[in-house]
Design a protein. Structure first.
Length: 176
């Protein structure tokens, strides 16, 4: 009887996990392409930015869920990894996150400098003229991207930075 009870419990947990995943709106992956969000039909994961100066990050997708912390950096890049109704599960560059109401997010793309210091270049070339130096943690607007470089704007300066030094853009992403 102990073995039977154990397997029934395992099956019960597996069924609960499947139902929970479907209920929380996790992406549907299919053979035709990338995962698609059930609410927006946009790809998951995808990058966005924080629209508000402050946004509550909740444990679950509703106002009744506990606030775990508050994002307090307007235009900070975030990655949406799941959708449920008007709620988006987001993570930051450290992999921390939770559920945020969609109105707190913007489709405007930003990136954050991950390297200790990067030079903004006049062209997407390591030997091009330096236009400015950006330090770790600077948030910049994302413009165009090649496979290895992104054109960004921060503090009134615009130029090209190595994609590998930025968080908020995927490795394979190319933007014109």
């Amino acid at each position: 009887m102990g073995v039977m009870a154990h397997w029934l419990r395992v099956i019960h947990i597996a069924v609960f996990a499947i139902i929970l995943g479907a209920t929380l709106g996790y992406a549907q992956q299919n053979d035709a392409g990338p995962a698609i969000g059930p609410e927006t039909n946009l790809p998951l994961p995808r990058f966005v930015s924080l629209r508000a100066h402050e946004a509550n990050v909740r444990r679950g997708p509703s106002l009744s869920h506990r606030i775990d912390w508050v994002f307090k950096r307007r235009e900070m890049p975030l990655q949406i990894v799941a959708e449920y109704g008007h709620w988006r599960r987001v993570i930051d560059r450290d992999g921390l996150g939770g559920w945020v109401h969609y109105r707190m997010l913007s489709g405007a793309r930003t990136v954050i400098v991950e390297a200790d210091e990067i030079a903004l270049r006049a062209r997407p070339d390591a030997t091009a003229t330096e236009r400015a130096l950006l330090e770790r943690g600077v948030v910049a607007d994302l413009e165009d991207c090649t496979p290895d470089w992104c054109e960004i704007t921060a503090g009134g300066y615009s130029g090209w930075a190595p994609k590998s030094a930025l968080w908020g853009v995927s490795d394979a992403e190319v933007r014109n």
